[in-house]
Design a protein around this ligand. Structure first.
Ligand code: ADP
Length: 537
């Protein structure tokens, strides 16, 4: 803390003072000169002037003046000068005791009081300095403690998210097994009761899977483990799929489903199809869930701006609507506009929280406008990149014949439940299936069977999927044999990595029947095409 500026302490800017002692001496001198003048003048004008007497008188006056000056200096000039010096020193920030003239009068009292004041000031300055230093130390300690606490909280939150992600992943695998098996049994001959019971079991398993998927997504986003893919996406197809998914429910409620695509929407954009589908599905299924009559409409349009292309997707409904004071909170986790809703309509309050985070990850915004009793409109805007038109698809005449059951597919998978589910689905579609429990069995199986396609799990103990694919490609015979990777982790960049490693396709778990069959058929067509090219050249 600085004490040096006189202005800061409230001292006026200093002007050099006129000395009181000098004024007093001048006054005494004039008075004595006046006395001498009167006394000698009187003698002179009355003709009594005596030079010897005048000289003695003047000498006496000078002596008296000297004595007065000395006295004045001792009791007035010196004490005042000491005080002045002290005040100036304090004004300059020096808090040392001043010199005090021991005159036993008001000046001595003033000087001592001044010194007491300086002592008190110096003491409080030292105290303030100490407090300042200890305050700084305490601030540093507290800051370090807070940093440590926030680091620990972040670690704990990340660990929690990772635990949730792992746990829901572990739960998902057996559950998809249950679902796969229910599907297989449902396709067999059952009486009406059994089919109904199985369908109920399927609904329950699907609801559980939906919840697990939501928790997994949320914890993946929170743990920073969710990355977006950038591959060609057909937006129109995504809207069609979303509408298809909710169609049975909408038809049950007698709702009309409408789609309006503004002209100029590119055929394909670069993006993450799974996440875009998820955003739209959440909004469309909410719209159907909260609408009892009227319609649900999906509108798509793009706006071309200087900064690039922006996509706007709107989902409108004529449903219950949302009260104005709930419009913001519905985007928070586990929040529903009305507590009774979860009992009436089901749901966990996670859908919109995930949707908003996914939209944010795409660099976009989501908003809602709604009127209770009239309906709601959810609007998503996000930047998108259009891409060039796709090449014409390759078709071969015998593609249809292939699905007749003449092809054998090799399933390489260490998990027996997954192995059984994939086998059952393929068999239902008329394919022959052989299984290998790990990568080390692959070459044996290929040698013993006429295999047309390999479904290769990537994470396996011992020889993993990538290594097994390398072994296959090392043989001239199986150079063109299609290999489809199956991986538990739908990670960004996986697809490219698998293609670079000699694979032809990619599927992420949990295996879903339409996607599995689409990929199998696409890769079989690809292999036919390669073979016909090899024959021509
Ligand atoms: P959930 O539907 O699982 O409860 P969401 O996060 O998807 O969770 O939605 C949160 C809440 O927002 C819902 O419970 C509902 O109150 C409200 N909401 C969402 N979409 C609509 C809609 N289209 N119409 C009316 N209310 C809606």
């Amino acid at each position: 803390m600085g004490w040096s500026s006189p202005q800061l302490l409230g001292f006026p800017t200093r002007r050099r003072p006129r000395s009181v002692a000098r004024k007093y001496s001048l006054f005494t001198g004039i008075l004595l000169a006046y006395v001498v003048f009167i006394y000698l003048g009187y003698d002179y004008w009355s003709d009594h002037f005596n030079p010897a007497k005048a000289t003695a008188f003047c000498a006496a006056v000078v002596l008296i003046a000297g004595a007065v000056a000395k006295f004045t200096n001792r009791v007035l000039t010196q004490p005042l000068a000491n005080l002045q010096e002290g005040i100036t020193a304090v004004g300059d920030g020096r808090l040392d005791p001043i010199r005090v003239s021991r005159t036993a009068d008001e000046f001595e009292f003033l000087g001592d009081s001044f010194n007491s004041m300086i002592e008190a000031l110096a003491k409080s300055r030292d105290q303030i300095r100490q407090q300042h230093d200890s305050l700084e130390e305490r601030i540093q300690e507290r800051t370090a403690e807070l940093e440590e606490a926030s680091r620990k909280a972040l670690l704990a939150s990340k660990a929690k998210s990772e635990f949730l992600a792992n746990m829901s992943h572990e739960l998902r695998t057996p559950l998809t097994g249950v679902l796969g098996m229910i599907d297989v049994v449902l396709d067999s001959r059952l009486d009406a009761d059994q089919a109904g019971q199985l369908r109920t079991a399927r609904e329950c398993a699907l609801a559980l899977l939906g919840l697990l998927n939501d928790i997994l997504d949320l914890s993946k986003i929170e743990a920073g483990r969710m990355e977006l893919e950038e591959i060609p996406v057909d937006l129109r197809a995504i809207v069609r799929e979303c509408i298809e998914a909710v169609k049975p429910k909408a038809e049950n409620k007698g709702l009309r489903m409408q789609t309006t695509v503004a002209p100029g929407l590119p055929a394909r954009i670069a993006g993450d199809p799974m996440r875009l589908r998820q955003i739209l599905t959440n909004l469309v299924s909410n719209a159907v869930k909260f609408t009892n009559e009227g319609f649900v409409e999906v509108r798509l349009r793009v706006d071309r701006q200087e900064s690039g292309m922006s996509l706007t997707a709107e989902v409108l409904d004529t449903g219950t609507g949302i009260p104005a004071d709930k419009l913001q909170s519905i985007f928070d986790e586990f929040t529903q506009a009305d507590g009774s809703i979860s009992r009436r309509y089901g749901g966990t309050g996670l859908g919109l929280a995930i949707t908003r985070r996914l939209v944010k990850m795409h660099g976009g915004e989501i908003s809602v406008s709604s009127e209770v009793g009239r309906g709601s409109t959810f609007r998503v805007t996000m930047p998108v990149k259009p891409i060039a038109e796709p090449p014409a698809p390759v078709t071969t005449p015998d593609a249809e014949e292939r699905a007749d059951g003449r092809e054998t597919i090799l399933v390489v998978e260490d998990n027996p439940v997954n192995q059984k589910v994939v086998t059952a689905i393929l068999k239902k579609h008329g394919y022959g299936v052989v299984c290998a429990n790990h990568g080390g069995e692959v070459i044996d199986r290929l040698e013993q069977n006429r295999v047309g396609l390999v479904l290769m799990d990537i994470q396996m103990p011992g020889v993993d999927g990538l290594e097994a694919t390398r072994l296959i490609r090392a043989h001239h015979r199986w150079k063109n044999l299609p290999v489809v990777a199956i991986t538990a982790h739908a990670m960004n960049g996986d697809r490219d990595m698998f293609l670079r490693n000699g694979m032809d396709g990619y599927l992420s778990k949990p295996i879903n029947r339409p996607q599995l069959m689409a990929e199998v058929e696409r890769c079989l067509l690809l292999s036919d095409h390669r073979q016909s090219e090899t024959t021509v050249h």
